[in-house]
Design a protein around this ligand. Structure first.
Ligand SMILES: *Cc1c(COP(=O)(O)O)cnc(C)c1O
Length: 425
């Protein structure tokens, strides 16, 4: 299967006349259509709500698009909470799913009226001490331990993950929370990441729904929602089939009808905290080939680097690359496509077959719409790029400017050194 960029070469040539590479470009149309399909897939559940995982792409313009379809924000840090607040997304439209949480962040989440999703049994007391009470609505994160397997072999290792309560702790926790005044309960779990499988959510749902029935029976807790969290993946590789979100929604509905409804829990709301699935495929990193190097291997040097997209360097993740204008040319050259960091893992692709790349060619690195820009850092003093939105009407909007040296040095603003800084470079 051929993976096509959502932007044409003609359009991109127009865009780079105005905006220097590298930059992330997002596809408004793709985001909206995917969002509609998600909403449709879970329309059978009246309380359904997607809390967009802000960490995947904390851009206010994109969050505002998703908000039009009823999305809330899934936050995990102080600044993510602040961003939601600035967008007037507050109260139960925020899910605060954090871990190793500082007291100050719990306090701020509570001040905004967010739903707090506790990561650990000991956080019950920690939260009570921090706030002086336990909020009426509370959620707990479950970790079943062991190995998590799906029919198609996708596996993750919850037993090795730092998150969540054990099953025993969850039962004790619900009892304790109830005693301390909690009235409305939620359960959450995130057991596998980037699953390209229609089985993940239904399998997770079965675990959580059965648990919810037991929890209610044993603790008397009033369970109002079950949060399937993130984890629905996207086809990074050209040979992968995208998930069918309708089939996933239908799979969850079947488990719901079989498990919750007979237990008299047919009014439980389903929540999701998807990140990657919401924006991943609808973003790309656009970079220019600025060097060719022939040593023991053939290298293409780009003007982007791992600062702009860390996933290949960090996880060896595959990101498809299209050499623009050469979409139909044979992939008969073997390259490592690199950035400029003084780190040998700063490679967007290793041993990748591509059409011949010439200096000045525009490369589109696919699927950077989630965990792309947001995972970036400033190693080697490299600056973060701009973010652009390709609107439905074909126009392009700058939705975050590129960092400047002034931004990079801003945290020295209380020291004399900045007096000597020459910004005219
Ligand atoms: C990262 C994360 C998500 C989103 O995960 P995706 O893989 O992007 O869907 C949701 N919830 C929590 C608690 C997370 O940490």
């Amino acid at each position: 299967m051929n993976k096509k960029p959502f932007v044409t070469y003609e359009k991109l040539k127009e865009i780079v006349k105005e905006y220097q590479t590298p930059f992330h470009l997002y596809d408004e149309k793709g985001i909206r259509e995917n969002m509609k399909a998600l909403r449709e897939a879970f329309s059978w559940n009246p309380g359904y709500k997607e809390y967009f995982a802000v960490k995947a792409n904390p851009n206010p313009f994109l969050i505002n698009i998703l908000r039009e379809y009823g999305c809330g924000c899934d936050c995990s840090s102080l600044t993510e909470l602040m961003l939601s607040k600035a967008l007037d997304i507050t109260g139960q439209d925020i899910m605060f799913s954090s871990n190793s949480t500082p007291a100050k962040e719990y306090a701020y989440a509570n001040k905004l009226g967010a739903i707090i999703n506790l990561d650990d049994f000991t956080h019950i007391e920690f939260l009570e001490k921090t706030l002086g009470y336990i909020p009426e609505t509370i959620s707990c994160r479950f970790n079943p331990g062991g190995i998590f397997k799906l029919g198609n072999g996708i596996m993750d290792n919850p037993g090795d993950a730092k998150y969540g309560f054990t099953e025993e702790q969850l039962f004790e926790g619900f009892k304790l929370l109830k005693k301390k005044g909690a009235k409305k309960f939620g359960i959450h779990a995130f057991l596998a990441s980037n699953t390209v499988s229609e089985d993940y959510y239904p399998t997770l749902a079965k675990i959580l729904f059965e648990l919810a029935v037991d929890l209610k029976r044993e603790t008397g807790a009033d369970i109002r929602f079950i949060n399937l969290s993130g984890g629905i993946g996207i086809p990074y590789r050209p040979d992968q089939e995208p998930n069918d979100i309708r089939a996933i929604g239908e799979g969850v509905r079947e488990v719901y009808e079989r498990t919750l409804v007979p237990a008299g829990m047919g009014n439980v709301a389903i929540y999701t905290e998807l990140g990657r699935f919401m924006t991943g495929p609808y973003g790309c990193l656009v970079t220019t080939a600025i060097h060719q190097k022939h040593t023991y291997k053939e290298y293409i040097g780009c003007d982007a680097c791992a600062v702009n997209l860390m996933r290949p360097a960090m996880y060896g993740a595959y990101h498809h690359i299209t050499v623009m204008g050469k979409e139909d040319a044979p992939c008969d050259h073997l390259y490592d496509v690199t950035g400029s960091l003084c780190e040998n893992n700063d490679k967007f692709a290793v041993d990748r077959m591509l059409p011949r790349v010439d200096i000045g060619d525009l490369l589109v690195i696919h699927d950077t719409g989630a965990h792309g820009y947001s995972m970036g850092y400033n190693y080697n003093g490299k600056l973060k790029s701009a973010e652009l939105l390709l609107r439905e009407d074909g126009s392009v909007q700058l939705i975050r400017r590129a960092e400047t040296p002034k931004d990079y040095f801003a945290t020295f603003d209380c020291f004399d050194i900045l007096k000597n800084m020459d910004y005219n470079v």
